[in-house]
Write a protein that binds this ligand. Structure first.
Ligand code: GLC
Length: 549
């Protein structure tokens, strides 16, 4: 077992974490000011989303200089201080590297666009005619560049031009900038949409949006192995790849130690259970049986294949999980705890997104003017142009927008939730005065204390790392029950995903009278002795450690 296989990683969206300078946006010194809190929580590593120089069209996922800190976040000295201060507390810092594309303001692109024979022309992907591939943010994936009369590829916004990884000079530049950050002392990398870097040379098209051609593309494993040799080898780094629309087979290859590629992978299949017919921008309830099926298949598949999962419910691109798969009203506290437990007892490395540990909710913004995200604004425009009503467009956006998770971290009941002394760049939910760190620190029954206990359990319960995953009652419509089994002992993890009480009967021999039972965690205060016949209260969840006599 590697050290990072016992770790818990905390994700920070620095624009919305804490403003030390008292600006509308957060900064790196704001992160440094909260390190004691993160140490208290017990996390091992921080993934900080991009803070390198960028026009911020996609909040930093559009980098214009890989060697400079964006002035809105501070200076290189602030970054060095943050790395050093985190290190003193035993916390590593994971840098978010965006190298599928750059901003069109990057000098490479500025050079490339200037003439057909510029030495940087081949850093990007140009065609005389576009094919029908679509941008993940809506519309065509090709943008016409009048100066040279060709189209360039952008799988995301038209200001995010895809790099041409088949050009060895591009790869050399990428590995060089990664070594620069490695040598500055970062503890690893989160690699943005890294499975999209290899496009087939002939740019095939059919009647789909094109993703099946460039996802997990022809040379992706070869390029990651090269990255491993050039950057990771002989260094103690945690590297997680964000894999868009990927497959289990590829994720096993990306993350198996003997592939010499990455430590672990994020995939998103379990977060598409509220996309009816794979359409994100439609309001819909989630499909619970699908959620269990997908998570269970990935547990078993990665375990047998020798890969390693990055586990997560939330990030800066996803709505808040308590609003999504729990209940952000009456049952907010128990359901947020249940969701934490359900995820943290799986095999893999859990990621906690800022505010998830408080049970923060979607803000419920009703007007498009309250949204800032480029994807959301693009989609709104496309929906309205296509004739969809304001009400239906907004219903989908309120449920699905990435801005749901981008509101400021709620530190206290002070103005702006203690995030900044100035009005933040995006609004806050009204509930911020109740749901905040200050309130929960002193309350041992809070969601925050539950997450702290989950983090601690990961170290105290070895079965979480290596116990064999087995799902029970896979067709039960309300409860997700699974085991993590070892030699003569097991963890039994029971989660009621709904607000209705229910009774379940476990299969024989899962829990018998002659087993010793110890409750590891629970979201109701009065733990009881459990039998095969279980009565579960709304959103009730608990974990038992069982030992055969
Ligand atoms: C990833 C990021 C997302 C960004 C996109 C393009 O999915 O998480 O925020 O917009 O890549 O870089």
């Amino acid at each position: 077992m590697q050290d990072w296989q016992r770790s818990v990683i905390y994700q920070i969206y620095p624009k919305s974490f804490h403003s030390h300078a008292g600006n509308p946006t957060g900064d790196l010194l704001g992160v440094a000011a909260k390190l004691d809190y993160l140490q208290w929580l017990g996390v091992d590593c921080l993934w900080i989303t991009p803070f390198l120089r960028s026009p911020q069209r996609d909040n930093g996922y559009d980098i214009s200089d890989y060697y400079a800190i964006d002035p809105s976040y501070g200076t290189m000295a602030d970054c060095e201080l943050l790395i050093a201060e985190a290190g003193k507390r035993g916390i590593k810092l994971m840098l978010d590297i965006v190298v599928n594309h750059t901003s069109i303001e990057h000098t490479w692109f500025q050079q490339a666009r200037s003439s057909l024979d510029n030495p940087y022309r081949d850093f990007y992907i140009w065609r005389d005619q576009p094919n029908n591939w679509e941008s993940k943010f809506g519309g065509s994936a090709w943008e016409y560049e009048a100066q040279t009369g060709q189209y360039f590829l952008h799988l995301f916004d038209h200001t995010q031009a895809d790099l041409n990884w088949d050009n060895p000079k591009v790869r050399a530049e990428v590995f060089k900038l990664m070594r620069f950050w490695r040598d500055k002392g970062v503890g690893g990398f989160r690699l943005d949409v890294i499975n999209l870097i290899s496009k087939p040379a002939d740019f095939p098209a059919d009647n789909t949006d094109g993703r099946r051609f460039y996802t997990d593309g022809p040379n992706v494993h070869q390029y990651l192995q090269e990255m491993h040799r050039e950057v990771f080898e002989d260094h103690d780094l945690i590297n997680v790849g964000e894999m868009s629309s990927t497959s289990l087979e590829h994720c096993i290859r990306y993350s198996r130690p003997d592939s010499r590629e990455l430590s672990m992978t994020f995939n998103f299949h379990h977060l598409k259970v509220d996309y009816p017919n794979m359409q994100k921008w439609v309001r819909a309830d989630f499909d619970f049986l699908e959620l269990k099926r997908i998570l269970s298949d990935w547990q078993t598949g990665m375990q047998t294949g020798g890969g390693w999962n990055a586990l997560f419910w939330c990030n800066h691109d996803q709505p808040r999980v308590v609003s999504r798969f729990g209940d952000d009203g009456e049952h907010r506290v128990v359901s947020a705890k249940m969701l934490g437990t359900a995820l943290h007892f799986l095999q893999g490395t859990p990621f906690i997104y800022q505010g998830e540990e408080l049970g923060m909710t979607n803000p419920g913004f009703e007007h498009i003017e309250q949204y800032r995200d480029v994807e959301t604004l693009n989609i709104y425009r496309l929906k309205r142009e296509a004739g969809e009503s304001e009400a239906s467009s907004m219903a989908a956006i309120m449920q699905k927008s990435r801005d749901n998770s981008r509101t400021p971290m709620q530190w206290s009941a002070q103005p702006n939730a203690g995030f900044s002394s100035t009005e933040p760049w995006i609004g806050l939910p009204a509930s911020a005065t109740q749901i905040n760190v200050e309130n929960q620190l002193d309350d041992t029954t809070s969601v925050l204390h539950h997450y702290r206990q989950l983090i601690a359990s990961r170290r105290s319960e070895p079965l979480i790392q290596d116990g064999v995953y087995r799902q029970l009652l896979p067709t039960h419509k309300q409860v997700w029950v699974y085991l993590r089994e070892g030699d003569g002992e097991r963890l039994l993890v029971v989660n009621n995903f709904y607000g209705a009480a229910c009774e379940v009967e476990l299969p024989e021999r899962v829990i018998t009278d002659c087993m010793l039972q110890r409750q590891v965690i629970s979201n109701y205060p009065d733990g009881e002795v459990r039998k095969r016949q279980l009565f579960l209260r709304p959103y009730e969840s608990f974990v038992l450690h069982l030992t055969d006599h």
